[in-house]
Design a protein around this ligand. Structure first.
Ligand code: PMV
Length: 297
């Protein structure tokens, strides 16, 4: 069985597409993949009840084909994926599915692959859904943990002085990473200087956030997340529902809160003190379709 992590971007989404650093954390939940003998290549996705063959139309079949093409030998296998995170929510579901599919086929073919190779192989899947992925999702899906990621560079694991207690709340709206990334590209096409200044500011927040994680200054880390949320909002990536969730989380005592992933819907991540976790969850429940706590260590 192969396991891939879901992820939250603590700071730095979108800027990371343009070569800036992002700080991300793997979730313990994600996608588990398993390959078994079959007459023809097939992908089953539980619990969605989705079944695709490599010869089908559509993006999922195309992504599956792209992964099968990584292997020299024909893969007469059925890959079953158990997906434990919501899709279109900014939690890296698609990348985790890609990495778990490659991992399951690696086990089936007994391919010896390093983690770095597995993350790179997962990118072929991601590229089908989103033309210009930074690589942060497939990298964190593979490695887990907390890490600073820069496109094209080896992952830099970040040592935590204390576990991070997070509360993740779904706004109830799903969004397309591709269209949100395209929207930022359009804004940058119209005014490159303005958007690059926003990315400069985000980069400074990310670099400070790495220090705060290493020293365990959660209050400051939360403030940096709030500032990152304001900058993402200036790029039109927030929504009224996301703003409400951020506001309610802070009001209930979170150190900071922001959208995570592509925005335009999806999830809000809040950083909390372990003592405040239950209160923040309760405050968010009335405004969210799904709230859960996650601890990263
Ligand atoms: O929404 P998600 O989980 O696909 O995260 C996207 C993160 C972006 O920075 C917006 C895009 C990318 O490729 O890094």
């Amino acid at each position: 069985m192969s396991r891939a992590h879901g992820k939250v971007i603590l700071l730095g989404e979108h800027a990371v597409v343009y070569g800036r650093p992002a700080l991300a954390a793997g979730l313990s939940d994600g996608v588990v993949g398993e390959a078994k003998a079959s007459e023809f290549p097939e992908l089953l996705i539980n619990p969605w009840g989705t079944r695709v063959r490599d010869t089908d139309e559509g993006e999922l079949a195309k992504a599956f084909r792209a992964v099968l093409e990584l292997f020299d030998k024909p893969s007469a296998v059925r890959v079953s994926l158990d997906v434990a995170i919501p899709a279109g929510a900014g939690l890296g579901c698609s990348a985790a599915m890609g990495v778990a599919t490659v991992g399951a086929l690696d086990e089936w073919h007994k391919t010896g692959r390093t983690k770095a190779d597995l993350a790179a192989a997962g990118l072929v899947w991601e590229k089908v859904f989103h033309g210009n992925p930074s690589g942060v999702d497939n990298t964190i899906a593979t490695h887990g943990g907390v890490a600073m990621f820069v496109k094209g560079e080896p992952i830099r694991p970040v040592r935590l002085s204390a576990p991070l207690h997070l509360v993740v709340a779904h706004s109830g709206e799903s969004s397309s990473t591709k269209s949100m990334v395209d929207s930022v590209a359009n804004q940058r096409g119209k005014n490159e200087e303005r958007v690059d200044k926003v990315f400069d500011a985000i980069e400074a927040l990310v670099r400070n956030a790495v220090n705060e994680v290493e020293t365990g200054n959660l209050k400051h880390l939360g403030q940096l997340m709030d500032m990152n949320q304001a900058l993402l909002s200036s790029l039109l990536l927030s929504t009224p529902e996301i703003e409400t969730l951020c506001h309610k989380a802070r009001e209930a005592g979170a150190f900071g809160a922001k959208l995570t992933g592509a925005g335009g819907g999806g999830c809000v991540v809040s950083l909390v003190d372990s003592d405040r976790s239950a209160a923040v969850i309760q405050a968010l429940q009335a405004h969210s379709t799904q709230v859960f706590a996650a601890v990263v260590s």
